[in-house]
Write a protein that binds this ligand. Structure first.
Ligand SMILES: Cc1ncc(C[n+]2csc(CCOP(=O)(O)OP(=O)(O)O)c2C)c(N)n1
Length: 268
């Protein structure tokens, strides 16, 4: 599958700012699809609202661009309506962890058969850079101009704790690991979650003296620590630290398999 079999050139120019990390993740996604010989027509992508949520519109796949925070709820309906379809949610940290947090928690708890890629740029990018639950301590946003005083949500840790089959966090400074994590998620059943910490030079970098995206990549690299060194308590750091690595990789039965075993699909 060539690059242009996966992306819709006719929909470009896209809305992403110069230096935005979403393009890097899309490239990793395409490479993961190419290397595992995926057929895009067997996939559907679901997103909420935000910069990241616009991404599926540029892919040559069936996609649902839904309400802010409700991507996982729509994706769950889609998967249960057509269990043969591979369903991937691709959305932002505000969309998935903040307004959509409750859907995330219960989809992970159920081990719902979805792949979720959450781009964590640490803010609400599309609306101008407000604080989000994933903003790291001390960093500046439009709503915390003197620095974030709030504690950070460890989304990948939470999803792992809830029993999902796969949960990982990497940054765009570890883009090969992002691709490898996507490849690991593709054949798995159950809930598979990948958080990608990513640069937003426009609304995050500018307020934190990192308007140059290369500075942000350097920052992410220097402030990353592998989960094997700190355990799952990384979310409780008082300084900006990105705990990267795989938090869960198990093979519990997914929701669809459990419904099928109980005879629910036959009764429809
Ligand atoms: C119900 C609802 N509340 C608020 C908004 C306004 N809104 C649009 S995008 C957005 C935040 C997007 O942030 P995130 O999901 O992190 O994505 P990003 O733009 O950073 O990729 C908000 C609050 C909305 N569209 N709908």
């Amino acid at each position: 599958m060539s690059f242009w079999d996966f992306f819709r050139r006719e929909r470009w120019p896209h809305i992403f700012c110069p230096g935005c990390g979403i393009g890097m993740v899309l490239n990793a996604l395409w490479k993961a699809f190419e290397e595992t010989e995926q057929e895009p027509e067997k996939w559907a992508f679901v997103s909420g609202i935000g910069c990241t949520a616009r991404a599926p519109a540029y892919m040559r796949v069936d996609s649902l661009h839904t309400l802010h925070g409700r991507a996982i709820a729509f994706a769950t309906g889609l998967k249960l309506g057509n269990p043969e379809l591979n369903v991937m949610v691709f959305s932002g940290d505000g969309d998935i962890a903040s307004i959509g947090g409750n859907h995330l928690i219960h989809a992970a708890r159920r081990n719902m058969d979805l792949k979720v890629i959450m781009i964590n740029n640490g803010i609400y990018g599309m609306t101008g850079g407000q604080l989000s639950p994933t903003t790291l301590p001390g960093l500046r946003t439009t709503t915390t101009p003197m620095g974030n005083y709030d504690y950070t949500m460890g989304t990948a840790e939470l999803v792992a704790h809830l029993g999902a089959n796969f949960s990982a966090r990497w940054t765009t400074a570890h883009i090969v690991m992002v691709k490898e994590a996507i490849k690991r998620m593709i054949p798995k059943e159950g809930f598979c979650f990948l958080e990608v910490v990513s640069q937003c030079p426009t609304n995050f970098g500018r307020r934190n003296r990192m308007e140059d995206p290369r500075k942000m990549l350097q920052f992410m690299k220097e402030h990353s620590v592998h989960v094997s060194r700190v355990g799952q308590l990384g979310a409780y750091f008082e300084e900006p630290v990105f705990v990267v690595g795989t938090f869960a990789d198990r093979d519990r039965k997914g929701y669809v398999a459990r419904l099928r075993e109980a005879g629910y699909f036959e009764s429809f």
